[in-house]
Write a protein that binds this ligand. Structure first.
Ligand code: NAD
Length: 551
């Protein structure tokens, strides 16, 4: 297996910067600092991959190096399947990952096709080459815990204890997000190496030797209103019920084990080192055992809920899996989107992110300053940018994320392009986002859970999102199935645009970064959210059915 790391600096080996950017971002996804299992091409989220197999990876790289400015490479589940003549406004890459026809959209069928080498799991930003390490989820997680603090604890998590599971690629953001909000976090992971990795990257303060030691540390910090995060090795299906039984004073409970895929959630009684082999050899038996464990795990979460804790599903489908495992009250607690995030989506807000292709952290510092200048009145944004500058250790190419809304993302993107043109940064900037965005996903267990008009499972919206981004000039566009919640449960789209300092890039960026969050506004207007209606009206988003002829 080769060690992959994106080239740095201003020299390129592709024909233009958009192709070079795709090349560097594909490689960056597989950088050992970034990817959870680069040897298997797995970036994050259980089995989310950047390329289907190593021959596909090499073909992707070679094709990106020769791809013309009027050509588009087509990628089918991580494998380059064609190059087509298009035009300079067209994306250089179009990707479709993990998509299956409805009746066939099940994990067993997906696994069968995967074993035949016909597909791969793309997760969200793994297969669309815009993963930026744990920071990517950190800001969203920070926002979510800030919203919990506002809803229940007077605006700060100081003096509260959060209990969660899973300290992997995404879940590893939880301890830092809690301590950034002033709280105490106890995180359980079955794999000690995952905890050690988060300690090394400063996302987790410490790993305790035992459950007793972990509880003592957390309870003392809670009493002293001191921010602290503690990891403990164990199976969440065992330890969450045990903590409930002991009456540990937990205020908030959630989970980010890889529950969306029952072959990734380690059942009780299984050593994590043996789990992949067991899952491969006996997938059905493994699934049954994983679901039975998840049922126990969720039953204990509901126990905490009944005791008055704030409990929410953090987008990993653990409620659905626990229900399949036989636990009937699994949906007693809500998902995090309806509970905390939907008002942001109504404003077209979502996880805007960018990456410095130079590899120079000074370029991100310069863009951080630009964001502070552009949005001087947004205090929460300024607080995040300052905290991120101090506390976030970059993984791979330096990157930043912050949530921006309709009418904000385009301004930031155009400013970044000007900075590239003027030399204020030393190489182009890649601008993208998570697929977990306001108008790019249909996911009834997560982003579109409990939509006001009942349109949770309507998947036309992400498809329109990909089409409009393609029509608006994005550099690469993707349509995925599955993502964070698993096969059969979501359809979502991504876009990435490259600010290379050219006037053409400025025009494309202005359109993409207006239309992409615009999808969030129109999607929520269509579903009947007044806040989205106000945003559309105030910002002049055209919605035919709200114009005189449509009423
Ligand atoms: P990951 O595979 O990198 O990490 C999962 C972690 O869970 C691993 O460290 C593993 O050791 C641990 N684990 C598995 N079974 C366990 C058990 N029984 N007890 C304790 N620990 C166990 O996955 P990730 O990227 O961190 O994603 C975690 C979950 O969150 C996935 O289901 C993913 O789809 C979902 N997700 C949520 C969001 C969101 O916005 N909320 C975004 C992306 C992904």
């Amino acid at each position: 297996m080769p060690t992959v790391r994106a080239p740095r600096g201003g020299q390129i080996t592709a024909r233009s910067w958009p192709q070079e950017a795709a090349l560097r971002m594909l490689m960056n996804n597989l950088d050992p600092e970034v990817a959870e299992r680069p040897e298997d091409l797995v970036v994050y989220g259980g089995t989310g991959k950047a390329a289907r197999d190593w021959p596909s990876f090499h073909a992707l790289v070679a094709t990106l190096r020769t791809l013309g400015d009027d050509e588009t490479m087509l990628v089918q589940s991580g494998r380059p399947v064609g190059v087509m003549r298009t035009h300079e406004w067209a994306p250089r890459v179009l990707l479709a990952n993990s998509n299956l026809v409805g009746d066939w959209a099940t994990w067993p069928e997906f696994r069968r096709l995967e074993a035949l080498g016909l597909t791969m799991y793309g997760q969200m930003t793994a297969g669309s080459w815009i993963y930026i390490g744990t920071q990517g989820i950190l800001q969203g997680t920070y926002e979510t815990f800030a919203a919990v603090a506002v809803k229940r604890f007077g605006g700060s998590l100081a003096g509260t204890l959060t209990l969660t599971g899973g300290c992997g690629g995404m879940g590893g953001a939880q301890p830092l997000a809690v301590t950034m909000n002033g709280g105490v976090c106890l995180v359980i992971d079955v794999d000690g190496a995952r905890l050690a990795r988060r300690v090394a990257t400063r996302y987790l303060d410490t790993a305790a030797d035992s459950l007793d030691a972990a509880v003592d540390m957390c309870v003392a910090a809670k009493r002293e209103r001191r921010a602290l995060s503690v990891g403990v090795v164990g199976n969440a299906a065992t330890l969450v019920p045990e903590l409930l039984r002991r009456g540990v004073p937990v205020d908030i409970v959630t989970d980010q084990t890889s529950a969306h895929d029952p072959l990734s959630y380690v059942p009780e009684g299984i050593d994590p080192a043996d789990a992949p082999d067991y899952a491969a050899k006996k997938p059905e038996e493994f699934t049954d055992r994983a679901r039975a464990s998840m049922a126990k795990h969720v039953e204990a979460m509901v126990g905490f809920l009944d005791g008055g804790a704030e409990v929410f599903d953090y987008g990993n489908s653990i409620r659905g899996e626990a229900q399949l495992g036989g636990y009937e009250r699994a949906f007693a607690f809500p998902g995090f989107v309806p509970a905390y995030i939907r008002p942001l989506f109504c404003e077209g807000k979502g996880p805007f992110r960018w990456v410095a292709l130079s590899g120079d952290p000074a370029d991100i510092a310069a863009t951080d300053r630009a964001i502070l200048e552009l949005f001087p009145d947004n205090e929460p944004l300024a607080r995040w940018i300052r905290l991120a500058g101090e506390r976030v250790a970059f993984q791979g190419l330096p990157a930043r994320i912050c949530w921006l809304g309709y009418g904000e993302r385009d301004r930031a993107g155009v400013r970044f392009n000007e900075m590239v043109a003027s030399g204020a940064v030393s190489a182009p900037i890649v601008i993208g986002r998570d697929h977990l965005d306001c108008g790019s996903v249909a996911s009834p267990y997560r982003e579109t859970e409990g939509m006001r008009d009942g349109s949770d499972a309507i998947a036309d919206w992400p498809l329109l999102n990909a089409l409009v981004n393609t029509a608006s000039g994005a550099s690469w566009v993707s349509i995925h199935h599955g993502g964070g919640v698993g096969i059969g449960r979501s359809i979502h789209a991504g876009q990435v645009s490259v600010a290379d300092g050219t006037p053409l890039a400025a025009q494309k960026i202005e359109r993409v970064l207006t239309n992409d969050p615009g999808m969030g506004v129109i999607r929520h207007v269509d579903a009947g959210y007044e806040l989205a209606e106000h945003v559309a009206e105030a910002k002049g988003v055209r919605i035919p059915m709200r114009e005189p002829h449509g009423r």
